[in-house]
Structure formats: C-alpha cells, structure tokens
Design a protein around this ligand. Structure first.
Ligand SMILES: [Zn+2]
Length: 125
C-alpha cells in the first residue's frame, strides 16, 4: 500500500484530496498562464492523462525528496505526522506543532538514521 493512494490521514482523519487536476489546469488557462494559453478543455484533459495517473486529482500530502524524484517521506499537512512511503509513521504528530518543527525533527531523524546505518552504507555511484 502506497501512502499516496490514500485519501485521508489515518492519524488525524483529515482529507488529503486536493481537487481535480483538470479543473486546476482550466483555471490556470482562464487566468492567462503562458503554458496553457489558448488550449481547449479537451486538450488540457489530454495533457492531464499524459502526465498524471488516475484518479487525476491532487494530493495535499507533502512529499519530501532527498534524492531527485525519489520520495523518502510524506508529511500530513494538517497533523504534521511524518510517514514513510508505505504509510509507517516515522515521526509522531505529538513531536511537532509547527511546520518548522517538522522540518527540524525530520532533519534530526535523517541524521540519526544515517549514523545508525553507517556500516551498511554502499558507495555512491
Ligand atoms: Zn494527519
């Protein structure tokens, strides 16, 4: 089970549903964004289908990538629980009461984790 497929936080029950990507693209076109100027609703829908996967909605989950394109952690925008991609709680919600604290706790967690795993590290390619 990938966390990104879940619709709500299993800690605080808030919804992670962020709305339709197609609707957002149409809004951007209507506001005159350069990338979608003059495109029809259908053309924008084609683009949604090309670059995103069903159900074609945004997620409010905050993804943290340490390496490019590889999500290592997710943060619930409402309770600040930090999750691993499989949904395991990495840092409990009680540990952080602001986004700044989340960031600091996550940095501490990563540092501690790196120290613990030093002997298992494989060389960079
Ligand atoms: Zn939550």
């Amino acid at each position: 089970m990938n966390l990104i497929d879940q619709k709500e936080c299993h800690i605080c029950n808030s919804s992670w549903h962020g709305g339709s990507i197609h609707a957002e693209f149409m809004r951007q076109r209507d506001e005159g964004y350069d990338w979608c100027k003059g495109k029809t609703d259908d053309e924008l829908w084609e683009q949604v289908k090309e670059y995103y996967s069903p159900p074609y909605t945004w997620s409010r989950l905050i993804a943290i990538e340490l390496d490019q394109d590889r999500v290592e952690y997710y943060i619930c925008p409402d309770c600040f629980t930090v999750f691993a991609p499989d949904g395991t709680v990495t840092i409990e919600r009680e540990k952080s009461s602001s986004f700044e604290e989340v960031q600091q706790n996550l940095i501490d967690h990563i540092k501690t984790n790196n120290n613990d795993n030093q002997s298992n590290q494989h060389p960079e390619t």
